[in-house]
Design a protein around this ligand. Structure first.
Ligand SMILES: *Cc1c(COP(=O)(O)O)cnc(C)c1O
Length: 433
């Protein structure tokens, strides 16, 4: 096929990637290829697939056409060269780091992280011999200071909870390119709004469970390879990609993939990590995520427009002492939000109730329309009181360090009518004060 004329995210969400119409049936919607395995044409074909001389379907743990339609479409939207769908956002993060590290290596990560990522880095990766050096993203140079010859990646979130201060993507990516370290961005909270690869990140991952799905039906994750990082130029830093792989007849990934394009990172993730660790996305889930992706740009518009109005409204309420949303930030935080988020400031926000923990709990219990759940990015509006739920295992000091105070409430604003969203918040605030 000739190069498509369409390039904008609204169009790519519907037409991007490998799927056009199904070649055998003409099906316009992406079929759910609910099969474990794929018939080889003959022994030569089978040998070429196993030998990576030809890319194609063998077994659904490694690759499947429904996953492929989703992967190629999200890669197109993020501006990457290829993607790998996995069973959860946690798997996507794990794979993105394990693909570059061996015991004794380290990564440098922003302190502002999703709780699950924090635990993975601070405990589980540590048990596997990979150290995480946590640094404050307010100072990009902190990433350079924490880097040594065993540093394999930088890691950060575009729009991290609960501070909602946008990460300095281009600044840290530039430091990494100077020192030969790729930046991996978790873009879960800002799909469409931010394109980290365009700002110099090498890899983007998403928990597709959140905005990309949007319907709240499925758990999934995806890693996108930017194809823009020269792994060979920094050969010593990336032994997993530049030294013979005993699990693949001694293949050196950066060389083996040359005829296929700059996809060494993502192909090694598929052929080694996904093959061995097995956290594949099911074809059914891939289908659900494609349904979500198709309306994602439109939903993000409404999420952002509603959130902007809710933030302004909350800021005027006497029972509320503070509202956290990029639209209300100033100084460097606002400059970063304006530099990296296009088309809106996202749907996540936090606010602080004058009445502390008791008011926070009363507020949540009084909500009629908002769901009280440990999730974000759903088409429905969601709320949670972190001090009594997601952060309850932390001490008061630890809670404060992560930005969670006793009266803090987190909202993920949905796509309902703005009047109904505010009506529910209004009656719950009255009940809490
Ligand atoms: C939810 C989330 C994850 C983990 O994703 P799962 O799909 O729940 O495994 C990672 N990062 C961020 C920012 C998230 O919100």
């Amino acid at each position: 096929m000739t190069k498509p004329v369409w390039t904008s995210p609204e169009t790519l969400a519907l037409h991007g990637g490998s799927h056009r119409a199904d070649p055998t049936t003409g099906s316009v919607a992406v079929p759910i290829h609910q099969t474990t395995s794929f018939q080889f044409q003959d022994t030569g074909h089978a040998a070429r697939l196993f030998g990576l001389q030809e890319l194609g379907n063998i077994y659904t743990r490694i690759m499947n056409p429904t996953q492929d339609a989703f992967e190629t479409r999200i890669a197109a939207i993020e501006g990457g060269v290829a993607a790998l769908a996995v069973s959860s956002g946690q798997s996507a993060t794990t794979f993105s780091v394990l693909n570059l590290t061996t015991p004794g290596d380290n990564i440098v990560s922003s302190t502002d992280l999703y709780g699950g990522t924090w635990n993975l880095f601070a405990n589980t990766l540590k048990q596997l011999g990979v150290e995480t050096r946590f640094v404050d993203p307010a100072d990009p140079e902190a990433f350079a200071r924490a880097t040594d010859s065993r540093t394999r990646a930088y890691y950060a979130e575009t729009l991290p909870n609960p501070k909602l201060q946008v990460f300095p993507i281009a600044e840290v990516a530039a430091i990494g390119r100077r020192l030969g370290v790729p930046l991996i961005m978790d873009n879960t909270a800002a799909p469409i709004l931010c394109k980290p690869l365009a700002h110099g990140a090498a890899v983007v991952m998403h928990s597709t469970t959140k905005f990309i799905g949007g319907h709240g039906t499925s758990i999934g994750g995806v890693v996108v390879d930017g194809g823009n990082f020269d792994w060979e130029a920094h050969g010593d830093r990336f032994p997993t990609l530049n030294t013979p792989d005993p699990s693949y007849h001694g293949a050196i990934w950066t060389q083996a993939v040359k005829p296929l394009g700059p996809i060494a990172y993502i192909l090694r993730m598929r052929t080694c990590l996904l093959r061995d660790l097995g956290s594949a996305m099911s074809p059914m889930s891939a289908f659900f995520f494609i349904q979500g992706l198709e309306t994602l740009p439109l939903r993000m518009e409404r999420h952002c427009a509603n959130a902007l109005k809710v933030a302004a409204w909350l800021a005027e309420q006497p029972a509320v002492t503070q509202v956290i949303h990029p639209s209300l930030q100033s100084g460097e935080a606002r400059r970063r939000a304006d530099a990296y988020l296009k088309g809106g400031y996202g749907s996540l926000m936090g606010f602080e109730l004058k009445g502390g923990a008791e008011a926070g709990a009363k507020f949540i219990n009084a909500l009629q329309m908002f769901y009280h759940v440990a999730n974000i990015g759903d088409a429905r509006s969601l709320a949670i009181h972190p001090a009594t739920t997601t952060h309850s295992q932390l001490s008061a000091e630890e809670q404060a360090a992560t930005g969670v105070t006793p009266g803090y409430v987190r909202l993920s604003i949905g796509i309902e009518h703005i009047d109904d969203i505010i009506a529910d918040l209004d009656q719950a605030l009255k009940a809490a004060t």
